[in-house]
Design a protein around this ligand. Structure first.
Ligand SMILES: C[S@@+](CC[C@H](N)C(=O)[O-])C[C@H]1O[C@@H](n2cnc3c(N)ncnc32)[C@H](O)[C@@H]1O
Length: 270
């Protein structure tokens, strides 16, 4: 762990302990808004047709940069579709984005996939779901609760994905949500979930690393569960145990590039 990371860790654990991390995060939001102001204005002027969610929703779920939220995420959606296509024929399929936030990825699916598929998004953030329901009409949205409960029938979806959702949940929620997602996935269906795996080791404290290396989930809580500042790190052994009733068809790990720490992708088949 580098000195800079250690210093950052010390500050955030202090803020977390004294329950002022949410306040610090709000301040960070305004800093990001200011930093991205010029680029975001330019994006808006050049792309008046693109519907943009309120800034805080973009920040809370991703990064407050419209180009990244819209253009880069369209490319990310394409990549995701390529991953799915290795394991399933995307024709007349039902696809769910669990923890869809303000629609960053699922909004591109009707154009990218088409092919008679139908699209669903669910999230526990009421403001994200309200925005999505009003603005992304080709997709069916649902607001769920933090607890694992979805309004869909058993074996309903062919494809489910959740990008950076487990990364904000406790161990109990990992177990309950995995069971619930598995319930609504069809036999032979595909599920892709992302986690903070070995790539994130340099960001962990020695105590966290010790737990992680023993195969235990590492949780940084003491803040609202599911929020971006609630963090969890998932070692391989933990994920393999979680997925023990399914077939793991792919586990993709990428190295960090500068400040970008890619999450692991786990693809399983029911
Ligand atoms: C880091 S954001 C990622 C959003 C989106 N998947 C993306 O990649 O742009 C995490 C998302 O998980 C959602 N979330 C957290 N806990 C949830 C839960 N129990 N059920 C559904 N969504 C949840 C948050 O509201 C937020 O939209």
């Amino acid at each position: 762990m580098s000195m800079a990371v250690m210093k950052k860790q010390l500050i955030t654990s202090f803020l977390r302990k004294f329950k002022i991390l949410h306040l610090a995060d709000k301040t960070r939001f305004y800093i990001q808004k200011y930093k991205n102001n010029k680029a975001n204005k330019k994006f808006k002027a050049e792309h008046p047709e693109v519907k943009l969610p309120p800034d805080y929703l973009i920040y809370e779920s991703f990064q407050l940069n419209y180009h990244k939220y819209y253009v880069q995420s369209k490319e990310a959606a394409r990549k995701l579709v390529r991953h799915f296509s290795k394991h399933i024929d995307l024709k007349d399929k039902k696809i769910l984005d669990w923890g869809c936030g303000p629609g960053r990825i699922i909004r591109h699916f009707p154009e990218i996939v088409g092919n008679g598929c139908s699209y669903y998004g669910t999230d526990y953030n009421v403001r994200s779901i309200n925005w999505c329901s009003h603005n992304l009409k080709e997709i069916s949205f649902n607001k769920n609760t933090l607890e694992a409960s979805l309004p869909y029938d058993d074996n309903f979806f062919d494809v489910i994905y959740g990008l950076s959702i487990f990364t904000h949940l406790s161990e109990e929620m990992h177990n309950h949500w995995y069971d619930e997602l598995y319930r609504v996935l069809k036999p032979q269906g595909i599920m892709l979930l992302t986690t903070q795996g070995d790539t994130y080791k340099p960001k962990m404290t020695p105590v966290e690393l010790d737990l992680y290396n023993k195969g235990q989930l590492v949780v940084r809580g003491k803040v609202k569960e599911g929020h971006r500042i609630f963090s969890a790190f998932q070692p391989k052994r933990f994920m393999e145990t979680l997925f023990s009733n399914a077939t793991i068809v792919d586990h993709i790990e990428l190295s960090a590039v500068g400040k970008w720490y890619p999450q692991d992708k786990w693809i399983i088949k029911k």
